[in-house]
Design a protein around this ligand. Sequence first.
Ligand code: SF4
Length: 456
Amino acid sequence: MCGIFGVYPHKDAASIACLGLYALQHRGEESAGIITRNGKKPHLAKGLGLVSDVFDDKVLRTLRGEMAVGHVRYSTTGSSNIKNTQPFYVRSKIGDIAIAHNGNLTNTLTLRRELGDKGAIFQTTMDSEIIAHLLAHSPTKDLKEAITWSLSKMEGAYSLVLMLNDILVGARDPFGWRPLCLGKLDNSYVLASETCALDLIEAKYVRDVEPGEVVFIYKDRVESFKPFGACPSAFCIFEYIYFSRPDRNIFGHNVYTTRKKLGAQLAKEFPIKADLVMPVPDSGTFAALGFSDASGIPFEMGMIRNHYIGRTFIQPTQELRDFRVKIKLNPLKEVLNGKRIAVIEDSIVRGTTSRARVKTLRQAGAKEVHMLVSCPPLISPCFYGIDFPTKKELIASKHNIEWVRDFIGADSLSYLSLEGMLSAMPLSKESFCTSCFTGKYPINHTCRQSKYILEK
Ligand code: SF4
């Protein structure tokens, strides 16, 4: 995942972008960056860490200009290091190009080889850099034609915010895997991954950038075009389950309401006996509320989250993940002691985090721990911009539910059915990508690439 943001024209473009990135911080905690353009001069500041680590008043004052593009990164192609930070900026024959990308290209290796054969020299190991090279290699200087030519070469998932000279550009792949919305702030236009970024800066939500749409934002007007024919959508269903903030609308519908419906459906499918239902905070909270409403089992917060720790799943290495699990959630013995507990988890990836949580609950005196998961077992990797590990690291791809239950140490383990998950969604089941649950992918991949494909 990643969070992307753009604003134009605005006299405080950098500050507005910084606020937008704060609202999108949950989409990536590894690095943050903003580029602005003042006349013909770009100003770029980026670094590793959170938005608050990278930007302060002094840095923001150096980012002059009425256009800003911002990015927060969670690496899905290329390591987490200073070179692989965005926005990625180059000067080319078509002018200044700055790129903020969310998603994963699936023909990265092919494109990189083709461009390399034509003399392209790469500075990073991100697939996003390839987009800049495609634009620079396009056979035309007309910007709309150059964009169309470049996008036609790209396969896979991309939501993009680009600075192309004095035009702010938003683009979404024809399947629409990753979200992107358009907002208005007085006379300025805003592009953002999620509507919560618009809410924070008090911009009005105009609409989603549609799958396959390209939006050109000039100083005095907006133009939109769809260079490719219609294709079935493949919105990432995991945005509703885990990734997006609950206080936002995604693909036109509210995340909070959808998560409660997932919990209610889980209660319908698994009517268990328990004294209390509790979430794994924070992402399991809303499904747990839905579960409690539907089952009549009282809702309690059995664990309190340390809010100075980021999201565990988002950390790039196993060592860090294990360390953070231990300090992230503190159990409430007074609530848990002697009780039969239904724990609502949004997903189980490797199983190690769930195992640590069950152990903590038992140490706090829980009599029974029943783990209920608000999505089906994850059995296949994601090639579209979420860093799900390889198939062999996904615990449910190798083992049946009973084995996983035993591994995590729970008294019972229940996963929401695929049909149940889809029935809780606000859009038709055909609208979604569910590949990580089914192993069926919407496009044929030239290769099944890993995160480090450009580092081998
Ligand atoms: S494979 Fe899973 S995580 Fe990836 S885009 Fe599809 S639904 Fe989302």
